[in-house]
Each structure stands twice: as structure tokens, then as C-alpha cells.
Write a protein that binds this ligand. Structure first.
Ligand code: HEM
Length: 410
């Protein structure tokens, strides 16, 4: 993109794109994003991101843009995740996207998801059993990484022994540069990512063959039987949905747990409030999703020349919606900088907004709520290991290494 400063009217313009505090999406920013977001909203609500496009920082603009998919499209150009066809429904525009959502929404509706509560509770407790008598654990390795994948395996009706295979597939797509040690975007990295992608299609294809022969009480059987407008999904469509689930439903929950437990480990009063009154947990989940916003932003492509807050955006430019900034916008949230578990109105965008709003939000809420409830019942006191500074990944704010000291109720 060849945007120059003179293209951007004063209303929302950055003084110097090179001084852009957001451009690098660096780990420091991911560790403590709220002050940077505040500064951006005040000084450059439509932020030029050099060589990429723009980022929208205010809630009103993010909200409005997410509701205009005909102009800000989430089609296949927006993100390359090694997939050979567009991910369904994320990289599909209306009207087809709506057709897919009509078919998928009932599978993830609150009543369906509630049926999983017992098995999710058991998964949490089984994981806690494994480390409750240890003094120090790595929260990520012991809990936040395995838990969402185990839930997903349960949904698929697969044995928990598949976990390592699952994690290899997920990491090979989401962070191939870390697995391979090759620079992001390099040929070697792309080659590895594509080989993992191929193994994912094969993996799900083989299970679908089995379910085709004999249905089980699981997600894939439901996808095979689901119909919309009298038509069933093709095999390719189911594969494209499963591929997205692997990307969208695992790291997001891991990052959410990392962010929430890091916050609670360093805020004793909030932690104690949850321990003494578990009824606060649903409100705490929403408030911590708002404040921490584990998925910092989502990306769209401008389908035509347009403008936001007086700033021109050209057809083809990438538009990042900074969900974390929208969620801490004081014009929408009174006392936006205060974390209040009893906040009454909390229209946060941590699950996105508009037609692509998270399909798995009910499942995600169940997972996080259950984790907070069972954990605080059994481990009321915990802290980040002394002298350790947590390092957050950018984009999706997970914490790769999270040493935690426990004081469990044995
Ligand atoms: C706390 C955990 C989660 C967070 C923070 C989260 C966040 C998000 C966000 C921000 C989006 C919008 C993406 C965009 O507009 O570009 C999204 C979409 C999506 N999420 Fe989640 N997600 C979570 C958990 C899950 C889970 C457990 C699933 C499992 C099914 C899931 C499946 C999806 C799917 C399929 C979409 C695409 C929906 C569409 O395009 O219509 N997510 N999620």
C-alpha cells in the first residue's frame, strides 16, 4: 500500500507513521496494551499502519465497520492460514456466510453447549488433579494449552490420547515460525505450514469416513446430518469448517485463560472476590474478556474506496479493527480503566461483532466459567513465580511460559 501522510485528513491522522506505537504488534504492547490503546484513541483513532493499511481504534468505528461486510470484507484475502480453500464461515461473505451460520448456530446454541457442562467440569478437575500437590507449575503447559484441545476432542468424540497430534496440527498452522525456527513468511516456514495443513485435511477426512459409516453422538456426525435450505454440506465444506474450528477454538481459549489468570494472580482482591462469591464468575468472565481482550484485533479488506472518521480508506487496503481498544473506550464504558465484576452493561467486542461474531462464544464462556469456578474452589491462592516477567504473544495474547506458585486446598 502506498499511503502517504498527505492522504490522511487531520481528523484522525498520525503525526508520523514511523512513530506508530502499534505498528510492530510487539510483545511489550501485548503485555500491557490498554495505555497504548488509550493514547491511540485520543490522538489517531484511524491509524495508518505502514505498508499494510489502517487500524480503527474507537468503539463506534469498529462497531460500525464490523456491521458493513459489503465494504469491509473478511473474505479469503484477509489472512493466510495455510488453507487451500476459504475457511467456512470466516472467509465467506454474505449471502453464503449467513447460510452457513444458520446451519452452525444451532449446534453451538446455549442449550446444546450446556449439555457439555458435566464433561467440561470433569476435564478441568482431572487436569487440576495432575498438579494440585505441586508447589510450582507452568500454567500454560499444565492447564491453558491442553484444556481447550481436550474439550474439542470430547466434542469430536475422539480419545484424549490424540492431544499431542492435535497440538502439533494447531501450532503448525498458527505459529509455524516458532515450530520451525524459520522467519515468519519464509519459504521454509510456508512449506512446513502447508504440509501441516495437508495433514489436517487428511485427519478430518479419515474421521469423516468413519462417521459416514456409523454416526456417533458427536460434532462431526451432526455436521454430516445438518441441513440448510434442504441441502447437506459437502465433504469439502465440512473440512473447511473443521479446519477453522482448529484455528478459532483452541488458542483463543488458551489466551483467554492466560490473560485472566495472569490478571487474577496479580490482583489479590479480585481473586478473593471470586473465591468468596462464585456468583460473580459470569460477570467476571465478561469483564475480563473486555479488559484483557485476548484477541486484540480482527482484519478486513476494503472492497471499495470509503472513509472512516474523515480518513480515506482505499479499495484493497487492510483494515484492522482493534477490539482491545474498542473495549476500553471510555465513551462506551464508564470507568473503562476499572475492572468491575459487577459492571451492569458490558457490550464488549471480545468475540468480534456483526455477521462474523464468534460462533463458539457460548462454548468459550462455558469453558472459561468452569475453569474459573473449579480452579478457585480448589486453588484459592496462587501467584506468578517471583522475579518472572510474563511474555505475551502479540495478536492473540497467550503466555507461552507461565510459572505459577500454588497454595492449594488439598
Ligand atoms: C474466549 C475464547 C474465544 C474468543 C476470544 C474468540 C474470539 C473470536 C473473534 C474475535 C471472532 C471474530 C473474527 C472476525 O470477525 O474476524 C471469532 C470468530 C469465530 N470463532 Fe471464536 N473466539 C473464542 C472461542 C471460540 C471457540 C471455542 C470456537 C469453537 C467453535 C470458536 C469459533 C469461531 C468461529 C467458527 C468463528 C468465525 C465465525 C464467522 O465467521 O461467522 N471461537 N471468535
Amino acid at each position: 500500500m502506498d499511503r502517504t501522510e498527505s492522504d490522511i485528513p487531520d481528523a484522525g491522522k498520525a503525526d508520523q507513521a514511523s512513530e506508530n506505537p502499534f505498528s510492530s504488534m510487539d510483545p511489550e504492547m501485548a503485555a500491557n496494551p490498554q495505555p497504548v490503546f488509550k493514547m491511540l484513541r485520543e490522538s489517531m483513532p484511524v491509524l495508518p499502519v505502514e505498508g499494510v493499511g489502517v487500524a480503527l481504534c474507537r468503539k463506534v468505528d469498529v462497531d460500525a465497520a464490523l456491521r458493513r461486510p459489503e465494504i469491509f470484507s473478511s473474505n479469503g484475502y484477509a489472512v493466510d492460514l495455510g488453507n487451500i480453500r476459504p475457511l467456512i464461515p470466516l472467509q465467506i461473505d454474505p449471502p453464503d456466510q449467513k447460510k452457513y451460520r444458520r446451519l452452525l448456530d444451532p449446534i453451538f446454541a446455549p442449550r446444546q453447549v450446556a449439555l457439555l457442562e458435566e464433561s467440561v467440569t470433569k476435564l478441568v478437575n482431572d487436569l487440576i488433579d495432575e498438579f494440585i500437590d505441586q508447589r510450582t507449575i507452568d500454567f500454560a503447559a499444565s492447564f491453558s494449552i491442553p484444556f481447550p484441545s481436550q474439550v474439542f476432542l470430547t466434542l469430536l468424540g475422539l480419545p484424549l490420547e490424540e492431544l499431542p497430534k492435535f497440538l502439533t496440527m494447531k501450532d503448525g498452522i498458527i505459529r509455524p515460525e516458532m515450530v520451525t525456527g524459520e522467519p515468519y513468511g519464509s519459504d521454509a516456514m510456508r512449506k512446513y505450514q502447508r504440509s501441516v495443513a495437508a495433514s489436517i485435511y487428511t485427519y478430518f477426512d479419515e474421521i469423516l469416513d468413519l462417521r459416514e459409516q456409523r454416526r456417533e453422538d458427536d460434532l462431526l456426525s451432526r455436521l454430516l446430518d445438518a441441513e440448510v435450505e434442504g441441502a447437506r454440506l459437502s465433504r469439502e465444506e465440512i473440512l473447511d469448517i473443521c479446519y477453522l474450528f482448529l484455528i478459532a477454538g483452541l488458542d483463543t481459549v488458551t489466551a483467554t485463560l492466560d490473560c485472566m489468570f495472569a490478571f487474577l494472580a496479580s490482583h489479590p482482591q479480585h481473586r478473593q472476590d471470586l473465591t468468596t462469591d462464585p456468583n460473580l464468575i459470569p460477570g467476571a468472565v465478561e469483564e475480563l474478556l473486555r479488559w484483557e481482550t485476548p484477541v486484540m484485533g480482527v482484519v478486513r479488506i476494503a472492497m471499495e474506496d470509503t472513509e472512516v472518521a474523515g480518513c480515506p480508506i482505499r479499495k484493497g487496503e487492510t483494515v484492522s479493527m482493534l477490539l482491545g481498544s474498542a473495549n476500553t473506550d471510555e465513551t462506551e464504558f464508564p470507568d473503562a480503566d476499572v475492572v468491575r465484576f459487577d459492571r451492569e452493561v458490558n457490550r464488549h467486542l471480545a468475540f468480534g461483532g456483526g455477521i462474523h461474531r464468534c460462533l463458539g462464544s457460548n462454548l468459550a464462556r462455558l469453558e472459561v466459567r468452569t475453569a474459573l469456578r473449579e480452579w478457585h474452589r480448589r486453588i484459592p491462592e496462587y501467584s506468578i513465580a517471583e522475579g518472572h516477567t510474563l511474555v505475551y504473544t502479540s495478536g492473540i495474547r497467550s503466555i507461552e511460559h507461565f510459572p505459577m506458585v500454588l497454595s492449594a486446598k488439598l
